[in-house]
Design a protein around this ligand. Structure first.
Ligand code: C2O
Ligand code: CU
Ligand code: CU
Length: 518
């Protein structure tokens, strides 16, 4: 497809926001678009791609490892980052960096992270993909107020989240406890404040959390320097170097949401991987394990290598697959993860291999580049059997949830089952230990995420799941007009959890709901 017609498609997708405001059921009128969202363009000259070396977020050192518990401390603060070369960009970061530091944990060993909020707004941390007790799961109203106490004197404390009697609100510091009774997987942590997750994550509040286990260690997979975590995001930059974002209230204190034109989602024109624009990584002609995360607010990518080589998927959101699955391209929606092995040994030394985005155009059509610089000894392979994955088939309850446009706070917004998010409402009460089928129905693109559980995709559009739905997941990419069934066992902990669309703008404008395991 040409750049022109792609732009027209993006325009149509954005136009959906306008149609929906008028209460018209738009999806049937729309051709399938790359993403649900509207493009924000940068007001600053953009650098040429593939110049900046791929950064790897630093791995955080625990402050102690006593008594079988790994303790970490993270300060959330405002800082300046050099994302575009020579440009100073104000960010909000965990430890003042974007992405935040990576945490590496052992399955079954408790990790406690003490977060200190030195930002000017309340925050709450969620470990996405973590099987976490409710009090540490980062429910959207369990806020940590800024440490300096100034926030309470401001206007912001009146915002809707504070009206939740079950919210646990503290000032300055919160310990989040992660028992991590789950298998090896790439998780990520990010801000989850009611009404303001999109802009807070966009400013930088996101980091990776790897869980390791013995099963994974025993496999001959690429490791060490040949394992690369890749947090793929999109951003737009203002003339002064700051990140452009269309918040109604740029202080992120009281008025939630974005300008109506962006209500379908914010798409940036710069692809930022691990905090660098279209970076380049030197690799040897060997197998590499790429731990992919789409950390974007609304953008979906269809990833492929150019010149072409297979993407061998070995894991999904929640860990290793039973057996590898070969793809020529992989669609990744916000918050989804793929664990992929690429054999750069298929290329002659000297090849420049581009990771392209087949859903992008212009600056968003490429993600990063690998430069094959030498050939080393190969000691890794992808075994035919990777993990033991229990197949869930029998459910006691089936529930259905429709994800559609609607009203939120009297403006254009998004709903689940016709209702915008209200913390005091409970949409489902699964019994602890029960297996349930949840059927999701979408009007536009909605990447649907469930906290606490791992699920398996049972069907998509009334047919068998697509190859990339394989394995244990926590986020599933729904396309316009599509229905997807997932099956999950609700075990772990009793309490209050969220499920929501992970298009961050949809999430902030109502598309979130609560389930309670009982
Ligand atoms: Cu990644 Cu409820 O979030
Ligand atoms: Cu989550
Ligand atoms: Cu959505």
């Amino acid at each position: 497809m040409s750049g022109m017609s792609r732009r027209r498609f993006l325009g149509l997708a954005g136009g959906a926001g306008v149609l929906l405001t008028a209460g018209i059921a738009a999806p049937r009128l729309l051709r399938p678009a790359a993403a649900t969202g509207e493009l924000l363009t940068s007001e600053i000259p953009l650098p040429p791609p593939f110049q900046v070396p791929l950064p790897l977020p630093p791995v955080l050192t625990p402050v102690s490892r006593d008594g079988g518990v790994d303790r970490y401390e993270i300060v959330q603060r405002a800082a300046t980052a050099e994302i575009l070369p020579g440009v100073r960009t104000p960010i909000w970061g965990y430890q003042g960096i974007f992405p935040g530091p990576t945490i590496e944990s052992r399955s079954g060993r408790t990790t406690v992270v003490r977060h200190r909020n030195e930002l000017p707004v309340p925050t709450v941390v969620h470990l996405h993909g973590g099987r976490t007790p409710p009090e540490s799961d980062g429910y959207a109203t369990d806020l940590v107020l800024p440490v300096d106490g100034r926030y309470l004197a401001g206007a912001g404390h009146a915002h809707s989240g504070m009206a939740d009697p079950d919210a646990v609100v503290t000032t300055g510091i919160r310990d989040y406890t992660y028992p991590l009774r789950q298998n090896a997987a790439l998780l990520w942590y990010h801000d989850h404040r009611m009404d303001f997750t999109g802009p807070a994550v966009y400013r930088g509040l996101a980091g990776l959390h790897l869980v390791r286990d013995d099963e994974e260690d025993a496999l001959p997979l690429p490791r060490g320097e040949r394992e690369l975590p890749l947090m793929i995001t999109d951003r737009a930059f203002a003339a002064d170097g700051s990140m452009r974002y269309p918040s109604l209230d740029p202080s992120l204190r009281s008025v939630p949401g974005v300008e109506d034109a962006y209500a379908a989602g914010v798409l940036g024109d710069v692809i930022v991987v691990n905090g660098a624009p279209w970076p380049v990584a030197e690799v040897s002609a060997n197998r590499y394990r790429l731990r992919l995360l789409n950390g974007s607010n609304a953008r979906r990518y269809d990833l492929a290598l150019d010149p072409p080589a297979p993407l061998t998927q070995i894991g999904s959101d929640q860990g290793l697959l039973a057996a590898p699955v070969q793809h020529t391209h992989l669609t990744i929606a916000p918050a989804e993860r793929y664990d992929v092995v690429v054999d750069f040994g298929a290329y002659p030394v000297g090849t420049e291999v581009t990771l392209v985005n087949r859903l992008g155009s212009g600056t968003t059509a490429h993600v990063m580049r690998f430069r094959v610089v030498r050939r080393d000894k190969e000691d890794s392979r992808v075994p035919a059997k990777l993990s033991e994955v229990e197949r869930l088939e029998r459910a006691t309850v089936t529930r259905e949830f429709a994800f559609r446009s609607g009203q939120y706070n009297g403006r254009h917004g998004w709903t689940i089952g016709g209702e915008p998010f209200t913390p005091t409402k409970v949409a489902a009460q699964p019994r602890l230990g029960d297996v349930e089928i949840w059927r999701f129905v979408a009007d536009l693109h909605h990447p649907i995420h469930m906290h606490l559980v791992q699920f398996q995709v049972l069907s998509r559009g009334g047919k068998a799941p697509s190859p990339q739905d394989a394995g244990r997941k926590d986020t599933v990419d729904l396309r316009p007009g599509e229905a997807v069934e997932v099956i999950a066992r609700f075990d772990g902990y009793r309490g209050r959890y969220m499920f929501h669309c992970h298009n961050a703008e949809h999430e902030d404008m109502g598309m979130m709901a609560t389930f309670r395991t009982v």
